[in-house]
Ligand binder design. Structure first.
Ligand SMILES: NC(=O)c1ccc[n+]([C@@H]2O[C@H](COP(=O)([O-])OP(=O)(O)OC[C@H]3O[C@@H](n4cnc5c(N)ncnc54)[C@H](OP(=O)(O)O)[C@@H]3O)[C@@H](O)[C@H]2O)c1
Length: 288
């Protein structure tokens, strides 16, 4: 609790979509919310939604790929609010291209935003949460963090990576009272599709000699169908906030039944309890 008796949440990527709605929903449920975004001149949609909900947010600038800025941001939140109880690693971006169409720099960009960004912020908040003996770190991954999908090689690779990092960390932090988990949306209506990177390269999508053109066209048509029935950002944000504030601590959440069913294609452990149950015993310390 901060000086106002409220837990403090830090949310990334709040200029649009799920991050915007999750920031407002967390404030509606009584948390002090630090809502971050790359460009605060684009905060109008967020501040309008907050005003409509009758809540106030502390809006700050943060590009999650700028690790010095992340350090300054976390230090600033601790200085001003005294603590961070909930970190929602929401910022992320897709890339539609298959391996041959991706340069290593484009793959690295996907890792920077979807993997290293959340990992670096997690490392920055962990000491504060561990010393407090409590805290929640929730990372918005994707069904693509469990199920590889065509033309999402770099995106799914980065989302798988962040899930592996968080699952390994989760079992260690349990003993310190810090809950580390991921939440996997399926198709959600947001700015995501518009913001997706469409890398060029040797076999640029859409080029006349593109050997993948037919497959990409089929994929994009299928994807458009999925997004026509997408979950709303505000619905998905409620699921994110429910997971962040839940007293039922599990590693893996999905934002919808459809997302759970899809993740079930790859996983027999859709809530993560089997893996955490198995690895927990490996690091049990005997009481002194
Ligand atoms: N929509 C879907 O179907 C879907 C499905 C599964 C998972 N997800 C995941 O859900 C999360 C939220 O996405 P969304 O659907 O709400 O899409 P969105 O509307 O595009 O929101 C993504 C947010 O991330 C921000 N962002 C991107 N790069 C950033 C950076 N380097 N530093 C800080 N912020 C950055 C964007 O800010 P700018 O305005 O500055 O670009 C935006 O606010 C992402 O992690 C995404 O991968 C989305």
């Amino acid at each position: 609790m901060n000086a106002n008796g409220q837990p403090v949440a830090l949310v990334t990527g709040t200029s649009s979509g799920m991050g915007l709605h999750a920031a407002v929903e967390l404030a509606r449920r009584g948390l002090t919310v630090v809502a971050t975004m790359r460009d605060t001149s684009r905060s109008a949609a967020l501040t309008d939604a907050a005003a409509e909900a009758g809540v106030e947010l502390d809006v700050r600038v943060l590009d999650v790929t700028d690790h010095e800025a992340a350090r300054a941001c976390v230090d600033g939140v601790i200085a001003d609010h005294g603590r961070i109880d909930v970190l929602v690693n929401n910022a992320g971006r897709g890339a539609v291209a298959t391996a041959e169409q991706l340069s290593l720099d484009e793959i690295r960009d996907q890792l920077e935003v979807n993997y290293l960004g959340p990992v670096a912020l997690t490392k920055l908040v962990l000491p504060h949460m561990r010393e407090a003996g409590s805290g929640t770190i929730l990372t918005v991954t994707s069904v693509g963090g469990a199920v590889g999908q065509p033309f999402a090689d770099a995106y799914c690779g980065a989302k798988f990576a962040v899930e592996g990092f968080m699952q390994s960390l989760a079992v260690v932090m349990l003993a310190h009272g810090v809950h580390v988990s991921v939440i996997e949306p399926a198709a959600v209506a947001s700015d995501f599709v518009g913001n997706v990177a469409r890398p060029g390269g040797a076999a640029a999508p859409g080029a006349a000699d593109d050997p993948y053109a037919g497959q990409l066209a089929a994929y994009l048509a299928r994807s458009a169908g999925a997004f026509a029935n997408a979950q709303t950002s505000s619905d998905a944000a409620v699921a994110i906030v429910d997971a962040a504030l839940s007293t039922e601590h599990r590693f893996r959440w999905q934002t919808s039944e459809g997302a759970s069913a899809f993740v079930g294609l790859s996983l027999a452990d859709t809530d993560g309890s089997r893996v955490l149950g198995a690895t927990r015993g490996w690091i049990e310390t005997s009481p002194n």
